[in-house]
Design a binder for this molecule. Structure first.
Ligand SMILES: *[C@@H]1O[C@H](CO)[C@@H](O)[C@H](O)[C@H]1NC(C)=O
Ligand SMILES: *[C@@H]1O[C@H](CO)[C@@H](O)[C@H](O)[C@H]1NC(C)=O
Ligand SMILES: *[C@@H]1O[C@H](CO)[C@@H](O)[C@H](O)[C@H]1NC(C)=O
Length: 378
């Protein structure tokens, strides 16, 4: 029985191996020579203008690599994961199988094998915000860690009443499959600013780890505005200028009713969270630094989550064209975030920027005090 399995496994590895070699050859041919073998950005739609046949080949290539990667991370569909399951168990626990009589293990403890089967686990950590702070980048970067499995979609379980009414099993059902030693992380930026969310999360798991990624508040507000503006432009709709929204025309004061302004008053929201969770359970990530120099920020998060340090320099490479880091999961699997994530902001009147900075200043001071993290925000 076991021998058969081993033979099967060897066969599978052989197939995987030749697949990898094939992919590598493909890359070598594509790029020309090995020393020019640069990581590619398969997610970027605007690479080169190859002919249709090449596009097809390329996307097939990418999907295959992506699938292998998703399987490794436990992000595959249940069927995909189960296909691979015996292998995983075997690779993970060679001692268990070797030390004992393999047949006895198999006959006596069928559950033993199932102990290691992938299951859908509720998140042990949540990226709760903030919008435009870099939540997607943070989630994707943490996903480099072998013990982290991400929920790819924003589930909006705690902030959307309809979803919340569907219950915790619905939420668990939205989670990727993962192994017991792995932790699941979900992100929905609206959690941070939604009134009911902290209490609801507390009811699910009062000791869950919370991550909040923030950027300089005025920049974040403009970024927030830009995203809405681009949505309007896509629909050929006109939209107010940022200055008109951010400053109350009648009083010339900052318009605190404007959502992009309110979201940037981080302390305002944070205090609501601290009614439920102690400050130690919440870690603040510097979103500006995550973009300019990600590794130290990721290492702080690893420590906060009690994960062994596994993300290294070799997982991140800077793409000068994008002005942004790309992620290297393996020799064959790289990922750059979608181009729209680095969109350019409209020019904003300097006096309005100054007004906003002055407005946010006292809130920022309070934020530093509460979180124990100080930023060089103006
Ligand atoms: C860097 O980004 C540019 C523009 O998005 C892309 O064309 C290029 O392939 C990327 N290079 C690498 C090495 O990822
Ligand atoms: C709650 O979250 C903590 C921290 O991630 C974790 O150790 C614990 O197992 C979780 N509890 C449940 C019931 O999921
Ligand atoms: C927007 O306007 C342009 C130019 O008038 C037109 O070509 C395009 O189809 C419009 N798009 C939508 C979504 O209406």
């Amino acid at each position: 029985m076991l021998l058969q399995q081993q033979a099967l496994l060897r066969q599978k590895l052989l197939v995987l191996g030749s697949l990898a070699v094939g992919s590598l050859l493909y890359l070598v041919v594509r790029v020309g020579s090995l020393d020019r073998l640069q990581p590619s950005c398969p997610l970027d739609g605007s690479l080169r203008p190859p002919d249709a046949g090449q596009i097809l080949l390329r996307s097939l290539q990418f999907k295959r690599v992506l699938l292998l990667h998703e399987l490794r991370k436990g992000n595959g569909t249940p069927e995909q994961v189960h296909l691979r399951d015996p292998e995983k168990v075997h690779l993970q626990d060679p001692e268990k199988v070797h030390l004992r009589d393999p047949e006895k293990v198999h006959l006596r403890d069928p559950e033993k094998v199932h102990l290691n089967a992938p299951v859908q686990q509720l998140p042990r950590a949540l990226i709760v915000g903030v919008r435009k702070g870099g939540t997607r980048a943070l989630l994707e970067m943490l996903n480099l860690h072998p013990a982290v499995v991400k929920a790819s979609q924003e589930i909006h379980f705690f902030d959307n009443d309809q979803n919340y009414a569907r219950g915790i099993d619905w939420y668990r059902g939205k989670m990727p499959f993962s192994f017991p030693h792995q932790i699941t992380i979900e992100k929905s930026p609206a959690y941070f600013i939604t009134e009911e969310v902290p209490e609801r999360i507390f009811k699910m798991n009062s000791s869950i780890k919370l991550l909040v990624i923030v950027r300089e508040p005025t920049t974040r507000a403009v970024s927030d505005y830009t995203q809405v503006l681009e949505g309007k432009e896509r629909k050929n709709k006109t939209y107010h200028k940022f200055e008109e929204l951010a400053v109350d025309e009648a009083t010339c004061e900052v318009n605190t009713k404007y959502k992009a302004v309110r979201t940037s008053i981080y302390t305002h929201h944070l205090e609501r969270w601290l009614h439920y969770f102690p400050a130690e359970q919440l870690h603040v990530v510097d979103g500006d630094r995550l973009i300019s120099d990600p590794l130290p920020e990721l290492q702080l998060v690893e420590r906060f989550l009690h994960l062994p340090a596994a993300i290294s320099r070799s997982n991140l490479y800077f793409n000068a064209t994008r002005g942004f880091y790309c992620l290297r999961f393996s020799l064959l699997f790289n990922k750059c975030l979608a181009g729209s994530k680095g969109r350019t902001h409209p020019a904003v009147d300097a006096s309005v920027v100054e007004k906003l900075r002055r407005f946010f200043h006292p809130f920022n001071q309070k934020f530093y005090q509460i979180t124990g993290r100080t930023f060089d925000w103006p």
